[in-house]
Structure formats: structure tokens, C-alpha cells
Design a protein around this ligand. Structure first.
Ligand code: AKB
Length: 323
């Protein structure tokens, strides 16, 4: 008998998405019902004060199981992962955390008859030769270890849906832009760093070329898409762990132009590094018609509305000396 979604465990809750997702889940389900966990980074004072927090290591199954038993967990948002750029620096660690962490979560979810598991994927599942607008169904041939683990994670989680009847779901996140927690070790991090630098120094040195175009999404849409998919009726889903989810796509030049509408003196220069090849291997945009038709996905933010909001929030933080 499957349980209901009442006691939620969030892995990677100190990360860029995990930190805001945890707060959102606590608002919705009650602070005591959302158990935040992380491996070693200290949570922010706000996250720590808002509800239970534990240090666990997803690679060590026992450390996860202890919390599942202690809190009678019935739902897991498995947000912990090593991202693309850091994954290229240590591919074996990326494999270990992303694959062994994921299979531990899947096995525990089956063992404890969980109601639901959410396991994010990424635009990193694609590689060179993917059409500029990536279709829902096409060959997945990533050239990064992060991408390899995301393809394998999707296929593995779909196997658990078929083999064990596990309710597992996931989205292929684009680059996520946010003003609360800085992302760690991704290729799309430039699209966040540019705002911080625009506010603090009026200048940014970008590690990819100005014509680099990638799919991106603002955090409020990221949270909405995650919760909308998590709450969709399972019987309406034809896909499970591999939903394309789109919002906006822009080049770095267009991003800089958008910032200049609010900070006219902003300047940018380009010093591409190893992350250029990763960015070049990903598509410009995604076709998210499956997400739109199967669970009603619609994004709310575009580049200029996001830029205005990011600059307002970061300017406030800068005035308070927080960034
Ligand atoms: C990264 O750049 O590695 C991530 C991603 C697109 O999954 N932001």
C-alpha cells in the first residue's frame, strides 16, 4: 500500500534549487513535515531556523535510511548532484554522487513504499548534433560526465517505474537563475554571476562567448514547474523522469543588453574557458510540448521581467552588505 505525501525529505537542500525548494515546500506542507538535508555545506540561518536539518551523504545509504526511519518519510525530492563544470574536474566523484546517490534513493523509495520521488534531470542530457530546439524524443549523447549521469538517472528511474511501480518523476532543468543561493559548479552559472557583478562592479568577465545561447529559467518558474509536476495526477503522465521544460532562451549579448536597460553603464568582456565546449554541446532551446499537454506547464517569466526582479533583489542585498 503506497503512502500519501505527508513527510518529505529533501536531499541537496543547501544547493541553489534545494534551498528555495525547501522553503516553498515548508510553506505548503508545514515546516516540521519537510526534512532538509545536506552533505557538508552549512545551511543558511534562515533554512536552519525554519525546520529540521540533518547532515547525510546520499552515497552512504545508511545515513539516508536513518532519517527516513526517524521521520517516517514518504516522499523524496532528490536534489543533490554534482553539476557539469565541477563534474569535468572530478568525473569519478560526479559518477559516484550522481549515480550511487540516485540508486540509493530509488532503492530506499521502493523498500519504504514511498508515495513519490522527484529526481531532477538537465539539458545536459544532450550532446553535439542535437537539433537547436531539442525535441522531447531524440538521441541522448552527452559529452560530459554530468550529462552521462543524468541520462543514466532518467533511464534508471523509468526502469523503477516499470519494474517496481515506483512513482518517480523528473524535469530536464535548463540553467536556473536566482538571487538567493549562488549555484555551484555549473556551466550556466554565468547567467547568475552576471547579475551579481552588474550590481556590485558594473562589469562582468564572462567565461563563454557572447553568442552562446542556452535555455534558461527564473527560480519562481523552476519551483512552479517542480511542484506542478510533483502534484500532477500519475495516470495523466505518459513520460515520467525526462520532461523537457522550457521558459526562455537568450545569448549572453542579449542578457547584457537586458541588464543595460536598467544599468546603462554596465560593461562586459569575454574570456572563454573549458566551459565553452560544454555550453556548445547543449541545445539553444527545448520543445516542452509534452510537459504542456501532460501536466499543464506554462512559464510566467521572460528575460526582461526576470532582469528587473533580479536587479531589484540583488541591489537590496548589496545595500545591506549581504553580497
Ligand atoms: C549546469 O550548468 O551544469 C546546470 C545544468 C544545466 O544542469 N545548471
Amino acid at each position: 500500500m503506497k503512502k500519501e505525501m505527508k513527510k518529505i525529505l529533501v536531499t541537496g537542500s543547501v544547493g541553489q534549487i534545494g534551498s528555495e525548494l525547501t522553503m516553498e515546500l515548508r510553506k505548503k506542507y508545514g515546516a516540521e513535515n519537510v526534512i532538509a538535508t545536506g552533505r557538508k555545506t552549512k545551511p543558511t540561518a534562515e533554512l536552519e531556523a525554519s525546520g529540521p536539518f540533518y547532515y547525510i551523504d546520499v552515497v552512504k545509504k545508511d545515513s539516508v535510511e536513518e532519517i527516513i526511519k526517524k521521520h517516517d518519510i514518504d516522499t523524496i525530492y532528490h536534489m543533490s548532484a554534482l553539476l557539469s563544470a565541477v563534474g569535468e574536474k572530478d568525473p569519478m566523484l560526479c559518477w559516484d554522487v550522481n549515480m550511487n546517490g540516485t540508486i540509493n534513493i530509488l532503492n530506499l523509495a521502493v523498500q519504504y513504499e514511498m508515495a513519490r520521488v522527484i529526481i531532477p534531470s538537465s539539458i545536459a542530457v544532450w550532446g553535439p548534433g542535437t537539433p537547436a530546439i531539442a525535441p522531447q524524443e531524440c538521441a541522448l549523447k552527452p559529452t560530459t560526465m554530468y550529462g552521462v549521469t543524468k541520462v543514466a538517472g532518467e533511464v534508471l528511474a523509468d526502469y523503477y517505474v516499470r519494474k517496481f511501480g515506483l512513482d518517480s518523476r523528473g524535469l530536464r532543468y535548463p540553467g536556473i537563475i536566482s538571487s538567493e543561493t549562488f549555484p555551484g559548479g555549473g556551466t550556466t552559472d554565468y547567467a547568475v554571476a552576471i547579475y551579481y557583478e552588474a550590481v556590485k562592479n558594473r562589469h562582468y568577465t564572462c567565461f563563454v562567448r557572447e553568442d552562446t545561447k542556452l535555455p534558461m529559467m527564473y527560480m519562481p518558474d523552476c519551483l512552479k514547474s517542480t511542484l506542478d509536476l510533483a502534484e500532477a495526477d500519475f495516470s495523466t503522465l505518459k513520460h515520467h523522469n525526462d520532461f523537457n521544460v522550457g521558459s526562455m532562451s537568450f545569448t549572453v549579448r542579449e542578457l547584457a543588453d537586458s541588464i543595460r536597460k536598467y544599468i546603462p553603464e554596465f560593461t562586459i568582456n569575454y574570456e572563454p574557458d573549458f566551459r565553452q565546449a560544454i555550453a556548445d554541446s547543449w541545445p539553444d532551446a527545448v520543445d516542452d510540448s509534452a510537459a504542456r499537454s501532460e501536466w499543464g506547464w506554462t512559464p510566467a517569466w521572460d528575460l526582461d521581467t526576470m532582469t528587473r526582479d533580479m536587479l531589484e533583489k540583488l541591489t537590496e542585498k548589496h545595500k545591506k552588505g549581504l553580497i
